[in-house]
Design a protein around this ligand. Structure first.
Ligand code: NAP
Length: 356
C-alpha cells in the first residue's frame, strides 16, 4: 500500500513565521506558569487567613468565659462549592462545630462527613439532613425541625442547584424546580431561620447568610411578570432576571434584620457537579469536557475563597456582594432596588413559598 508522502518538516527559526510561532508558544506557556503560581500563592494566603479567622472567632481565650461551638448549615453541601466550604470550615474548626449538611444525597453527605476531623468538645457534631429543596412542603418540614432544635445559628450557607434540562419542568407542587432552587427555597430558608441567626448575634456571635449564586449578574426584572407566570418561561429569562431577585431580596432582608450580614457571591467558573445531571448524554459529556478544560477552580479551591468572603471580607452587618476570589464587587455592578421594588418582591416571594 502506498501512503501519500508529506514534505519534510522544515522548522527553521530563521524564518519569521516560525520565529513568531515559537515566541507565541513560549509566551503562552510562561503566562500559564505565571498564572498558576500566582493562583497557588493567593490560595495559600487565603487559607492562612481562613485558619486565623476561625481561630479568632471560636478558639477559647481569656476574654471569653464560655466558648460555644459555631453552628453552620450548608444547604447544597453534598457537592460542589457548598461542599468545598463545608470541608474547609470543618478543617479550620478541627471538627469542633455543629455542622449540618442538607441535600438529597445521603451517601455523598456521609462520605464527606467521614473525612471531617472528629469533634473533641461538647456540642460539636456533624450531621446530614435529607431535604429536597425543590418542594416547599419538604423545606417547611426541615425548617420546622431546625428551628425546634437550634436555638442559634451562626452561618447559613445556601448553594443548591440542579440542571437536568434548560426547558421548563414542574415539581409535584407545580413549580419550576430551577427557579425554586435558585431563588424561592433560598428565600424560604433565610426568612425562616432569621430568628435563630438573630439569637446568635444577640449573644455577641457571628451571624451570616451566604448565597452561592450569581452576584453582579442579571440585567433587569420584569416587575409585571414575577416568576414568569404570565408571559412564560425561558432559560434565558432565568439568566437575565433571577440573579437580580436575590440581589433585591437580600437588600430587603438586611433592612428587616439590620444586625445580620448577608453575602451574595459569584464563584466564577468552578469544576463542580453542576453538569452531571443534564439529561442528554452528549450535553453531559460536553459540559464535563468544558468544565475540566477551561474552568480554573476546583470546588475545594472555590470553597476556600467563598469561606474567606464569609469569614473575613464581610465584616459588618448589611449586604455584601463578592466575586470569585471572595473580594467585594464594585458597587456599580450591584443593582440598588427601591423600597417599593423590595416590597413587591417580598410579597411575591412570601406568596410563592407559603404552604397552603
Ligand atoms: N460551578 C460553577 O461554575 C458556577 C458558576 C457560577 C455560579 N454557580 C452557582 O453556584 C451554586 C452552586 O453550584 P455548584 O457548582 O456548587 O453546583 P453542584 O456541584 O451541582 O452542587 C449543587 C448542590 O445542590 C444540591 N442540590 C441539587 N438539587 C437539590 C435539591 N432538590 N434539594 C437540595 N439540594 C439540592 C446538590 O446536592 P444533592 O444532589 O445531594 O441534592 C449539591 O450539593 C449554584 O447556584 C450555581 O448556579 C456555579
Amino acid at each position: 500500500m502506498n501512503f501519500p508522502k508529506f514534505p519534510p518538516l522544515d522548522f527553521d527559526l530563521e524564518k519569521p513565521a516560525y520565529r513568531a510561532l515559537a515566541v507565541s508558544l513560549i509566551s503562552t506557556v510562561a503566562f500559564f506558569v505565571y498564572k498558576s503560581n500566582r493562583r497557588a500563592s493567593r490560595l495559600k494566603a487565603i487559607q492562612a487567613t481562613n485558619a486565623n479567622a476561625v481561630s479568632t472567632y471560636f478558639a477559647p481565650s481569656a476574654s471569653k468565659s464560655n466558648v460555644t461551638v459555631p453552628v453552620a448549615i450548608f444547604l447544597g453541601g453534598t457537592a460542589g462549592i457548598g461542599r468545598g466550604m463545608a470541608e474547609a470550615f470543618a478543617r479550620y474548626t478541627n471538627g469542633n462545630a455543629h455542622i449540618i449538611i442538607l441535600g438529597r444525597n445521603e451517601a455523598n453527605a456521609k462520605a464527606i462527613i467521614s473525612t471531617f476531623p472528629k469533634p473533641t468538645v461538647h456540642g460539636a457534631r456533624h450531621e446530614f439532613v435529607q431535604c429536597d429543596a425543590t418542594l416547599m412542603a419538604e423545606c417547611e418540614r426541615v425548617l420546622q425541625d431546625l428551628r425546634a432544635r437550634l436555638p442559634r445559628i451562626n452561618y447559613l450557607v445556601i448553594s443548591p442547584m440542579l440542571v437536568k434540562t434548560f426547558g421548563e419542568e414542574k415539581t409535584t407542587e407545580g413549580k419550576e424546580p430551577k427557579l425554586v432552587l435558585m431563588y424561592y427555597a433560598r428565600f424560604k430558608f433565610i426568612k425562616e431561620l432569621t430568628g435563630a441567626l438573630e439569637k446568635a448575634k444577640e449573644q455577641g456571635e457571628e451571624a451570616k447568610v451566604y448565597i452561592v449564586g450569581g452576584a453582579g449578574l442579571g440585567k433587569s426584572i420584569d416587575w409585571d411578570d414575577l416568576g414568569f407566570r404570565k408571559k412564560g418561561y425561558s432559560f434565558l429569562k432565568i439568566r437575565a432576571q433571577f440573579p437580580l431577585y436575590m440581589t433585591v431580596i437580600l437588600q430587603e432582608f438586611a433592612a428587616r434584620s439590620p444586625s445580620l450580614t448577608f453575602i451574595d457571591s459569584y464563584p466564577g467558573p468552578v469544576r463542580s457537579a453542576l453538569g452531571d445531571n443534564l439529561r442528554w448524554m452528549v450535553a453531559r459529556f460536553l459540559y464535563k469536557v468544558l468544565f475540566s478544560a477551561t474552568f480554573p477552580f476546583s470546588y475545594s479551591e472555590s470553597g476556600e475563597y467563598m469561606l474567606h468572603a464569609m469569614l473575613t471580607t464581610a465584616k459588618t452587618p448589611g449586604v455584601w456582594n463578592v466575586g470569585m476570589y471572595g473580594s467585594t464587587l464594585p458597587i456599580s455592578k450591584i443593582y440598588q432596588a427601591s423600597e417599593k421594588e423590595r416590597k413587591i418582591l417580598w410579597e411575591h416571594s412570601v406568596e410563592e413559598t407559603s404552604i397552603q
